[in-house]
Design a protein around this ligand. Structure first.
Ligand code: ADP
Length: 741
């Protein structure tokens, strides 16, 4: 403490400049650290502020990061911040989340910040727009038929010139001309109109006693206003959504500023779901996924950043929106592999949602009929709470499942449906009910071989097979998108008409079904058969209304649809997906088949499921037949525990890829030479990735496994920094890999 009377004389310092305030700015580019800048007189930029700063010859938008600046850097070396953008600053939670995700996924922080900032264009205020409403039409107005069309459409609700012109079927010029002549009144409209305020107290559906009990647990957790993670585990159709809507309502009641984020796998983001939310809360939710237009994205981003949008429904990237008071995240269909991001920052949306809740100190709800094994293990170990809804809502019951042992009841030669399945289809059609034949394989045949020389058709410079699609008469690669018209001659040996399809895809099963049931109405549902959302909608409508007798479908049919008259689901190849060396192969097969089975008997009629299998004793198939999800999970978890695999250990993949095979091998060998030898750490590889050659690039893979006590991130950081990897070789680190391609 300074002694009394020893105050410095202010005069002494009068000539010395007051040091300028310094800020550390993180930029949305692939670097881990930010740079220091100085604020010029009059500028204030608290942490989280968006600022424009010089970087080399350019200017960039970045964020003032809550981190100390470097005191050893002399001020003359620091450039000044050019401008502080007039936008709400990022909250401390969002910034802590960026740091956490970067650290967990071993990604540069700037790259993660880019997930939050997007293009940055949404930061500049939108251009004001002019809208037109009806006006007192002056007598002097010259009316043409085009102008009359516009006047018929104009109302009290402002529309832009383009919108009015489109609806009236005239040019924009007609609208502007009419406005200048006094026929329309121009007013300024908000290009980012606010979202309606959700009303938590609108009456929801009356809950069943089971639902009410589940909802009570969750609303109590919400009222505690601190982090907790909950699993809503209930069979398909048990009313899980109704239950979590109650938790959302309670969150909205906490404060007028609270926000809720509902995550869905992209594919499940449907209009009926958005409608359901809107009905419950009387206001549309902001929605966020890849199909949302760029202007709507700007609107959502800005309104979320202002705290005005309180309900967000979105795909995994909605986690990175700039919430101001996020107080609940719901992850629906939490087991879905679609939550894993496969390029850029390789994150698992569900896991990041839980981390976001922990950092922001609020509850997270994970919802599924077939929770992931990671989630079940977390329940078992007491980290997550559990609420269960064991039966379907109302009169619907779960279908009976039987295995068709294909060794005992094989199909005719060159066919794929067992006589047992044919018999069951006959019975079902006889009762005027519907059938779903499920095979998760697009196209006609997965492999095309030359009968003469044995050549297997692959995409150029790739190890991927070409799949025959009869519908378009092309051979298509599902990995690279490469496609060619089906050749008449083998490109290898030149033999004519020798290319033979091997194995079935949905198109081949539909062909067999048409031959077996010539009078039935048969259609195919598969992502590549649909000409767009319109065609898909119309097909689903025909199926719902009973106009289709047999639907042959891939996984596209597994999700969320409700076909009241569908009572038989037959899986053509239940074993598909069990092979393939993927850690989660069995788990995923179980989940998908359960989901598909869940389509049968959704309404009052009892459903039946048949699984065609060549290995009925396989634990996955046997558990499915017994309806024994918990038994399956237990056996599978035991297996993982014995091997130290997730969730009982940690896993990461390091993939090296490059066009020069020799160089790639050299780098891989060098890395292999310095693998860490530490307790609880194992490294396998390098091994060729399952798709070793893809579009002329070669790919080698290391797999790192550690115990849970070890920080796999530190192990990877340390190991990978030992070798300088040349620019021609690309290195990808995937913590918690989901596919091993
Ligand atoms: P899940 O999310 O478990 O698949 P949903 O919440 O979608 O189940 O409910 C399944 C069906 O049952 C839906 O059609 C839903 O409208 C209906 N339902 C669920 N709970 C209720 C309830 N309390 N009152 C009326 N209908 C309900």
């Amino acid at each position: 403490m300074a002694e009394r009377g020893a105050q410095p004389d202010p005069q002494l310092f009068a000539t010395e400049e007051v040091p300028k305030e310094r800020v550390h700015v993180l930029l949305p580019m692939p670097v881990g650290d930010g740079y220091d800048y100085v604020l010029t007189a009059g500028m204030t930029a608290p942490p989280g502020s968006f600022v424009i700063v010089p970087l080399g010859p350019r200017e960039m938008v970045g964020v003032v990061w809550p981190e100390p600046t470097d005191p050893d850097l002399p001020e003359r070396k620091l450039k000044p911040v050019s401008e502080v953008i007039d936008a709400p600053p990022l909250s401390a939670d969002v910034m802590a989340f960026v740091d956490w995700v970067a650290n967990y996924t071993i990604s540069p922080r700037g790259t993660v910040l880019r997930l939050v900032m997007r293009s940055g264009q949404q930061l500049s205020p939108p251009k004001p727009q002019t809208g037109y409403i009806r006006a007192e039409v002056p007598d002097s107005l010259r009316l043409t038929s085009a102008r009359e069309k516009v006047l018929d459409i104009a109302s009290e609700t402002p529309l832009t010139a383009a919108e009015l012109a489109r609806e009236a079927g005239v040019s924009d010029g007609v609208v502007r001309g009419l406005a200048e002549a006094g026929g329309l009144q121009a007013i300024e409209i908000d290009p980012d109109p606010p979202f309606g305020a959700p009303d938590p107290d609108r009456k929801g559906r009356a809950l069943s006693p089971l639902q009410a009990e589940a909802a009570e647990h969750l609303t109590a957790a919400v009222r505690e206003e601190r982090y907790s993670a909950w699993v809503i585990d209930g069979v398909t159709g048990s009313g899980k959504t109704e239950v979590y809507l109650e938790a959302i309502a309670e969150t909205l009641r906490l404060r007028p500023s609270t926000q809720v984020c509902i995550l869905l796998p992209e594919i499940a983001l449907t209009l009926p779901f958005l409608k359901r939310i809107e009905e419950r809360f009387g206001a549309a939710a902001a929605h966020w996924h890849s199909d949302v237009s760029s202007s709507e994205r700007r609107r959502v981003w800005r309104r979320v950043a202002e705290g005005q949008a309180r309900l967000v429904v979105g795909a995994r990237s909605a986690l990175f929106l700039p919430y101001t008071d996020l107080a609940l995240i719901v992850v629906d269909e939490e087991h879905e592999a679609a939550y894993k991001q496969h390029d850029g920052v390789l994150y698992q949306g569900r896991d990041m949602a839980v981390a976001r809740g922990a950092l922001g100190n609020f509850p997270v709800l994970l919802v599924s009929a077939t929770p992931s094994l990671e989630t079940l293990a977390n329940v078992e170990e007491g980290r997550y709470g559990l609420v269960s809804l064991p039966s379907r809502f109302g009169p619907a019951t779960l279908p009976d499942t039987d295995i068709v042992d294909m060794r005992a009841h094989p199909p005719e030669k060159g066919r794929w449906l067992s006589p047992k399945v044919i018999e069951a289809v006959n019975e079902t059609l006889g009762r005027q009910e519907q059938v779903l034949l499920y095979l998760n394989r697009r196209g006609y045949a997965p492999v095309t071989l030359c009968r003469k020389c044995g050549e297997r058709m692959t995409a150029p410079h790739s190890d991927t097979w070409l799949v025959e699609h009869r519908y378009s008469n092309r051979l298509v690669c599902h990995h690279t998108g490469y496609s060619i018209p089906k050749p008449d001659h083998c490109p290898h040996c030149g033999a004519a008409d020798s290319l033979t399809p091997c194995g079935p895809g949905v198109e081949r099963i539909a062909e067999e079904a048409k031959e077996t049931w010539p009078d039935a109405k048969i259609e195919i549902l598969s992502s590549d058969m649909l000409m767009g959302p319109g065609a898909a909608k119309s097909l689903l409508k025909r199926m719902t209304e009973g106009e289709i007798d047999i639907l042959v479908a891939t996984q596209a049919a597994a999700k969320g649809h409700n076909f009241p008259n569908l009572t038989l689901v037959a899986a053509v190849d239940a074993d598909l997906g069990l092979a393939g060396g993927d850690l989660r192969a069995a788990e995923r097969t179980f989940q998908t088949l359960s989901q598909v089975s869940g389509r049968a008997g959704r309404a009052a009629k009892k459903g039946r499921v048949l699984l065609q299998s060549y290995q009925p004793e396989n634990p996955v198939i046997a558990a499915l037949a017994r309806g024994d999800r918990d038994g399956f999970a237990e056996a599978e978890l035991e297996g993982r525990a014995a091997l130290g695999f997730p969730p009982y250990g940690r896993l990461a993949a390091v993939i090296l890829s490059g066009e020069n095979e020799q160089k790639l091998n050299e780098v891989a060998r060098a890395l292999a030479g310095v693998v860490p030898h530490a307790e609880g750490v194992e490294v396998w590889g390098p091994a060729p990735a399952p798709l070793y050659r893809l579009r002329g690039t070669y790919r080698l893979r290391f797999l790192v496994k550690t115990t849970r006590r070890v920080s796999i991130q530190s192990v990877l950081d340390e190991w990978l920094s030992r070798i300088k990897i040349p620019a021609s070789i690309r290195k990808t680190v995937d913590v918690d890999p989901y596919t091993f391609t």
